[in-house]
Design a binder for this molecule. Structure first.
Ligand code: ZN
Length: 405
């Protein structure tokens, strides 16, 4: 009986096939047919195109089970490269990855001057050209460049809409400015959303998972991956858990809401709490300068891990608040897998992960139906840059998942 199939090689079909080859690993055409419900000719057509594009390669045969051995397919990691750029308050990080998400190069440039978008754009363009030249990757093998910044952003036009740390970027057309100096596709996206895609992609998480990356940077954000694709909402500003109210009549937030999680649990808010009782933290050597927020937060985290009071109590409170928001996120999307990422997770990620696991095991609506895995990124500081690269690669090798370039 013929299977229902109107357009056998739509970008969506190709994305499904790429996902199945990417995770859980080498797979045969017969298994792909069974797993996708597509017809054998459709699978052959998609696989032939992926082979000719160089994205996929044949790798050995299945173990003999009596029948004819089948050719296995795997992702060809070195077929293409992506470049991710993470705009941070204190530095700008460039990362290049291969198709599997493996990092092949990293460069960090000074974030000074971040309040001047035109200057920063020129520095990114120069740094990009130097970076790919030193790595020896040619334009023909670069899928594109993705620049990620704290939201909100206008993903379609590549405009940064001005979070508090990037106020001068309000309405700056970053994508158009970068395109003038970079001869490959350029994408602008949210750092937390990118980090989620990066973790999903490089950890080879299955498309059957309902996955979230929770990101602790200067703010708090998240990205949700459903059926292998980032859930974008109407304007690519979904997953803003930092702006869930945890206090009905709480502190006003730049976003327009009041009592937002970010105003209590973000590095800036935690450092501000420490400053309010600065003498108690004297021995930690916190600078309390506008440009030292992440460094001060790191010092508090390191003290918290050593169980030094009152730093421990401050970080535990932030972790409990984030865990509470994770229950909300989980209940909305019925998550089964969460990865914690972002520079804020670099030192005390284990405290945040433990608080979240305990809270989800106690309070998640779905806890009796299935467990929710909570893991830490293996590279929390660079996770948004790695994710940016994954976004651009996913748009190229599995179109139908990502934004069109
Ligand atoms: Zn807010």
């Amino acid at each position: 009986m013929a299977r229902r199939e109107s357009t056998p090689t739509t970008p969506g079909s190709r994305a499904v096939v790429v996902d199945l080859i990417r995770s859980p690993g080498p797979i045969s055409r017969v298994e792909l047919t069974a797993a996708t419900g597509l017809t054998q000719p459709s699978i052959s057509l998609i696989v032939r195109k992926l082979l000719s594009d160089g994205i996929v390669r044949e790798t050995g045969l299945t173990a003999s089970t009596g029948g004819k051995p089948r050719v296995l397919l795997e992702i060809n990691g070195r077929a293409l490269y992506g470049v991710g750029v993470q705009l941070g308050f204190e530095s700008i990080t460039l990362v290049a990855t291969d198709v599997t998400g493996g990092v092949i190069g990293r460069e960090q440039i000074d974030g000074a001057g971040l309040d001047k978008p035109e200057v920063v754009t020129q520095r990114i363009i120069t740094a990009y050209h130097d970076f790919v030249r030193v790595l020896g990757i040619g334009t023909g093998t670069i899928a594109g460049v993705a620049v990620v910044a704290p939201g909100p952003i206008d993903q379609h036009d590549g405009v940064v809409l001005g979070p508090p740390t990037l106020r001068s970027w309000l309405d700056f057309g970053l994508r158009a400015a970068l395109r003038a100096g970079i001869d490959v596709p350029v994408l602008v996206d949210n750092d937390a959303a990118a980090a989620a895609v990066g973790e999903f992609w490089s950890r080879r998480i299955s498309r059957s998972s309902t996955f979230a990356g929770i990101y602790l940077g200067s703010g708090i954000g998240s990205g949700i991956v459903i059926d292998g694709a980032l859930y974008r909402g109407h304007s690519s500003n979904a997953g803003e858990i930092g702006h869930i109210s945890i206090e009905q009549d709480g502190v006003p937030c730049f976003c327009g809401n009041v009592g937002c999680l970010e105003r209590y649990a973000s590095p800036g808010a935690v450092v501000e709490s420490a400053r309010a009782s600065a003498p108690d933290f004297a021995e930690l050597g916190l600078a309390f300068e506008p440009t030292s927020v992440m460094r001060d937060f790191d010092l508090l985290c390191r003290a918290a891990v050593r169980e030094v009071e009152p730093a421990r109590a401050l970080i535990e409170t932030s972790a409990a608040q984030l865990a509470s928001a994770a229950v909300t996120l989980s209940n909305l999307f019925d998550l089964d897998h969460i990865v914690l990422a972002g520079p804020g997770m670099a030192f005390a990620g284990s405290i945040y992960a433990r608080a979240m696991r305990d809270r989800l095991a106690r309070s998640a609506f779905s806890r009796r139906a299935h467990p929710i895995v909570v893991e830490l990124s293996s590279n929390p500081r660079d996770s948004a840059a790695v994710g940016a690269s994954a976004l651009i690669l996913q748009s190229t090798v599995a179109p139908g998942h990502g934004p069109l370039l």
